[in-house]
Write a protein that binds this ligand. Structure first.
Ligand code: ADP
Ligand code: MG
Ligand code: ZN
Length: 479
């Protein structure tokens, strides 16, 4: 019997608002002193009332529109009740029966992954466990994260492989970063992922019993834990063992999932409508405004580029990978619409420019200000297209224009990097070379293309490396 994995994801993304969801405490990073950004509301003092953060709602709507979801103009907050030391209220404010976004989808390369819902939620605090001796063991509570706005995105079980889960997450992350909704840094907990997985007989429509793996902290952990779980579950089925509903964690060191709680211990959150908040009633005008503000999304831009520049998807991936690289690329297109020049410019971005960005640890946000002038990239790409410089020369121009803050157009002469394309001059050298390397020339004539080495080498030496090799070969062929 062959099995097919059925996978659904639940993703929490932290919204990049200035302040928390229901109070005015500033959102601080995890290096801030514990409990340095809390107030009576987010620390759950008796008698306080939540006040909704408008920006967070707008961001949730933005996500909804970007994932092609239906925006519910009327949605309701709900209490999700459970006890945990870092949850002083004894409940999280979330949305349950009527979330703000429903029925969306994200397109992967050749598949549509439906999204069931996206709803607003607040984060809980953090427990810090000491690792002292047994007598000294204690746990401290930091409420800085209490009340930080999140959006939870829940997919339908449409994903059929670990790789597809990875692709989906990559696409979602790209979108969230594009919209400037979240940095999605998983190490900082700005994006968190739970996966649900079951197996079913190939071709069957009936869903198997799912197992949930919680708190995966990297896309790699998502992929690895899914692979492990597929193997574990199929072995169980082959051994005629029943798969129970289960919540598990991923142990990356051991490379295995471990059961946390079985069905008997499953949570019952006793959801009910939050009495301290009126239902959310969005005006169509606000939704329209948000729609306007989104502009073009990366998938749209990608399709346009494919048509306009007849480029390969791989080449386009880089220049649509984030907003900043994309506007940098757009600046280059202000100077030219020549396909060849554009192609060369993308090669420079993909190669040297990204290497430079990585080496200097430049953030995406600083891409535009800390990268070389886009006009310089255009100039180099243009000179490559016209065969005026070699690829080595192009590399040098990139480096020198950055360090000397001069345009490649000027530097190419100052540094003597222009290739010699003057046919007469080159022809003289080639003739000399042929005289000296008679054997190589004979080999070449009898069809050995590789025999040109000594001849080209001679011309390069004579021209101090500046002879255009394309022209050298042309002349050689003519001779
Ligand atoms: P629960 O009520 O247990 O949280 P939901 O219906 O909310 O379950 O689904 C949670 C996630 O689990 C969703 O992403 C959904 O796509 C996925 N899911 C649901 N049923 C299955 C299944 N049988 N196999 C794999 N994933 C599933
Ligand atoms: Mg659920
Ligand atoms: Zn607060």
């Amino acid at each position: 019997m062959e099995f097919e994995p059925v996978i659904g994801l639940e993703i929490h993304t932290q919204l990049k608002t200035k302040t928390k969801m229901f109070c005015r405490c500033e959102i601080v990073d995890s290096n801030s002193p514990a409990n340095s950004s809390i107030c009576p509301i987010c620390s759950a003092q008796p008698g306080v009332l939540p006040l909704l953060n408008k920006k967070a709602v707008e961001m949730a709507v933005k996500i909804g529109l970007a994932i092609n979801a239906k925006i519910n103009r009327f949605s309701v907050f709900a209490r999700k009740n459970y006890f945990y030391p870092d949850l002083p209220k004894g409940y999280q404010i979330s949305q349950y029966e009527r979330p703000v976004c429903e029925d969306g989808y994200i397109m992967l390369t050749d598949k549509k992954i439906r999204i069931k819902r996206a709803h607003i939620e607040e984060d809980a605090g953090k427990s810090l466990h000491s690792i002292g001796s047994e007598q000294l063991d204690f746990t401290l509570i930091d409420l800085n994260r209490c009340g930080v706005p999140l959006v939870e995105i829940v997919t339908e079980p449409d994903i059929s492989s670990p790789d597809e889960a990875y692709e989906f997450l990559t696409e979602l992350k790209k979108l969230l970063r594009w919209l400037e909704i979240s940095n999605c840094d998983m190490e900082k907990g700005e994006l968190r992922c739970d996966v649900n997985i079951s197996l079913r007989e190939n071709g069957s429509k009936k869903l198997g019993r799912k197992v949930e793996i919680k708190n995966l902290n990297s896309f790699k952990a998502v992929k690895d834990s899914l692979k492990y779980e597929i193997k574990r579950q199929s072995e169980m089925i082959k051994d005629n063992k029943k798969i129970e509903q289960d919540t598990r964690t991923w142990n990356a060191q051991k490379g295995e999932t471990i059961s946390m709680r079985s069905k008997e211990m499953a949570n019952d959150y006793r959801y009910f409508p939050e009495p301290d908040l009126v239902p959310l009633n969005l005006e169509q005008r606000l939704i329209d405004e948000i729609k306007q503000s989104i502009g073009k999304l990366p998938s749209q831009i990608r399709d346009e580029y494919i048509k306009k520049y007849s480029l390969k998807a791989d080449d386009i991936e880089v220049i649509t990978s984030n907003k900043y690289i994309n506007s940098y690329f757009e600046k280059i297109t202000n100077f030219t619409d020549d396909k060849n020049v554009i192609k060369n410019a993308i090669n420079i971005i993909n190669g040297q420019l990204l290497a430079y960005i990585n080496e200097n640890k430049i953030n995406d946000e600083d891409f535009l200000t800390k990268s070389p002038d886009p006009e310089h990239i255009y100039q180099i790409a243009d000179m490559i297209s016209k065969n005026e410089i070699s690829s080595a020369g192009a590399k040098k121009l990139f480096e020198q224009s950055l360090s000397m803050k001069k345009s490649p157009k000027i530097l190419v002469d100052e540094l003597g990097l222009k290739q010699i394309s003057n046919t007469d001059e080159i022809e003289g050298w080639v003739k000399e070379a042929v005289e000296i390397n008679k054997k190589a020339f004979d080999d070449f004539k009898s069809g050995n293309e590789k025999a040109t080495g000594p001849i080209v080498g001679y011309v390069m030496k004579k021209s101090k490396g500046k002879a255009n090799p394309v022209i050298v070969i042309d002349i050689l062929k003519k001779l």
